[in-house]
Design a binder for this molecule. Structure first.
Ligand SMILES: C[S@@+](CC[C@H](N)C(=O)[O-])C[C@H]1O[C@@H](n2cnc3c(N)ncnc32)[C@H](O)[C@@H]1O
Length: 207
């Protein structure tokens, strides 16, 4: 089984379709972590700071997926400075990319929204998101990414269907924010598969 560290796990949108994995998920919000655990009882869910956990445990895993919080980088938030006060962009995003690239021996994915500035490290873009990986995302253009349902007319019901989660029975959380935070499961499955894809064999011509 592939040992996976799922950082900033949310309710597990990215993890939903992964199979044959032994997952440790880190989420600092107790209520969100509880929902994740309900959906994925087989995963080890730890309520902790994901950034610090990465530093202390990265060597224990084959694959690391990190979804650091996106508001401070978001083009959408930046576009509405009447509602949103300026804030410092959170540099832990770049700390993790550089750290993983140089110290981690397995495969990694760091994902975030499209930034309002030129990214400091060049990502690959899939739909409305940036991905930093240490493996090629070759077929990425073919992926039919539906994004995260940020359209104005998206209802909770539509988002539940799109993401494959139903939060109707959970309370004490911002359901719209929580479901929107989820990576689209098919997108995450595709990326996960690419990390472990066998090198393509060249067809030999028959003489
Ligand atoms: C963008 S969401 C993650 C979405 C997740 N990858 C998915 O596909 O469902 C970011 C999550 O990180 C959590 N979070 C924010 N800061 C954190 C920290 N320092 N340590 C752990 N979790 C954190 C938030 O509560 C939120 O649930």
């Amino acid at each position: 089984m592939i040992k996976v560290l799922n950082l900033y796990a949310g309710i597990g949108g990215n993890r939903k379709l992964w199979e044959n994995v032994d997952v440790t998920a880190i989420e600092h919000d107790q209520k969100i972590a509880k929902i994740y655990q309900d959906y994925f009882p087989q995963d080890r869910v730890i309520v902790a700071d994901a950034h610090q956990y990465l530093l202390e445990h990265f060597e224990e895993f084959d694959f690391i997926w990190s979804s650091p919080p996106c508001p401070s980088h978001s083009k959408v938030r930046f576009a509405n400075l009447i509602q949103n006060k300026p804030i410092f962009p959170e540099m832990s995003l770049y700390q993790e990319i550089i750290f993983l690239k140089h110290y981690f021996k397995g495969k990694f994915v760091v994902e975030n929204v499209i930034a309002f500035y030129e990214p400091l490290i060049k990502p690959q873009q899939v739909g409305k998101h940036f991905y930093w990986t240490n493996f090629p995302l070759n077929d990425i253009c073919k992926l039919d990414s539906k994004g995260r349902g940020m359209g104005r007319d998206e209802s909770l019901e539509n988002l539940y269907k799109l993401k494959g989660f139903d939060l109707s029975n959970f309370s004490g959380i911002d359901k719209m924010k929580t479901i929107r935070n989820c990576v689209e499961p098919n997108e995450a499955l595709h990326i996960f598969d690419m990390a472990f894809k066998k090198p393509q064999q060249t067809l030999e011509l028959v003489k």
